[in-house]
Design a protein around this ligand. Sequence first.
Ligand SMILES: [Fe+2]
Length: 590
Amino acid sequence: MRDHERQPLQLIILGLSGALNHDPSAALLIDGEVVAAAEEERFVRDKHARGQLPERAARYCLDEAGLEADQVEVVAFPYAPISLRSPGRWHYARRHWYAPDRALDALLNGNRRFRRNRGRILELGTRLGVDWQRTEFVPVEHHLAHASSAYHLSGFVDEGRSAIMGVDGKGEYATTFFGYGDAGRIVKLKEFYDPDSLSGVYGALTEYLGFDMLDGEYKVMGMAPYGNPDHLSLERLIRPRRGGFRVNTRYVNTVGVRRHKEDGVGYYFSNRLLRWLGPRRCADDADEPYVHYAAAMQRLFEERCLELMEHYLGDVLRESGRLAFAGGGALNVKLNQKILALDHVRELFVQPAAGDAGTALGAATFVAAERGERLSAMTHVYLGPGYSSDDCHRAVAARQEPLSVEVLDNVAESVAELLAAGYPVAWFQGRMEFGPRALGGRSILGCPSVPGIADRINTQIKFRERWRPFCPSVLDKVAPEIIGTDHPAPFMTITFDVAPSWRPRMPEVVHADGTARVQVVDRATSPRYYELLEALERRTGNAVVLNTSLNRRGEPMVCSPEDALEMFCGCDLQYLVLEDLLVSKQADKR
Ligand SMILES: [Fe+2]
């Protein structure tokens, strides 16, 4: 990079997220091109970087582009002041009658959080070197940022009207967004407001099932196929209403006195929920009755989302067949499979950074679009830092442990050989991914036809729950045969039914219900990863690799070679490929 130095008349927009106390991130757009984007957690090595601002991420983005902070035209921030005339504050106040302090605060002081956030971001900008005399601070409503991150980067902008959906826990007040995009403009059709939040309920059940909200939702989704959704209906948690829904805050998404508290920690569910469902789950197993609750929650979430989508977006979808989807709820890959299965949905674009980290990008794209920039489709997520083989050499040399290092002539062939021999391999190549999925930049790989490889990675390396599924990356030329469609799937945001003929060929990456969260790899965006899959196909007959993120349980994905080595030396992996280097703990192996 560094080809953007001091050129005049460029529109440089820095998006900064972190208003909601989790997942701060930064994204940089130059003339509508996404030049860099990264989550703060990767730099500070603290998952979700709660309570922090995206300082390191912003510095990285500017460095990547070779820019100084005083060249930034606009700082876009995905959190906006909400007028007292907005229905959001009144809805919140009405629905929190049982917590009058909250209700009154929404009405009398509804933008306190915005003001606090703005102050913190202005201070951060000053620390970065932003000149606030010439740089504009532009707040963007949280759900418009989510919507823009999906729609403006979907490739649908020139295609006529396209439906847009946003589902997350909560932005300022809105939790759920329905609208459409037309020639680059986003039109809001309907929003729902806190506490009526589908993702909020999912998050509360996630806490009840013993996981952290904002982190464990994947685990609930992964647990669901082991349960029977008919075991117990959770319908009472989210009652449908004409064109809407109402969350029962006597049970979930609740605050104040209604919250269940344990050891001074308050949860988003109530004691009433505990009396109904039994004690909170605390073990690591996918056990009864909790698997059934996970299944029921997943089904309820899917049903409510699909009903609302049909109600508000059915017409647009029947007209265009296109949906752009973001917000933490868009990471629900099972819901996305159901959406794509609908007759009137032909194209589904899910922003790969659909959670709040993606709102830094969305705020920036929203402002860019408003100012007439043309944004092209997002084709990859390799927007984070990259490192040379020299950087990697230096990082290895700095380690105390005895490590053998070999410079590989043909990385793809050598790694394919190790994978086919049954070894998991840590794979560090190119720029780090933006968003929660490892897509061949910072991955742990395994050969999915080797029996037990998933268990081995789970218990020896990732230290995560045994029942959690792993996912496959597959070559584009065989993907339609495996998943039965040529719909794009570059980001692991959708599950697909795996063809019965392929299930025995990749048993370690097919979930209990016969689905897999597939990444389809193309040569243009991931040339070395593509070569690896080709090499693996030559050895095993299957152009499929198990791909999981390069991190241990509870840690953010690896960013630098130093992080990769720290992780490598702290687990049972034997092989780590850093760019062209094969690092091994077995000095006598090769
Ligand atoms: Fe959000």
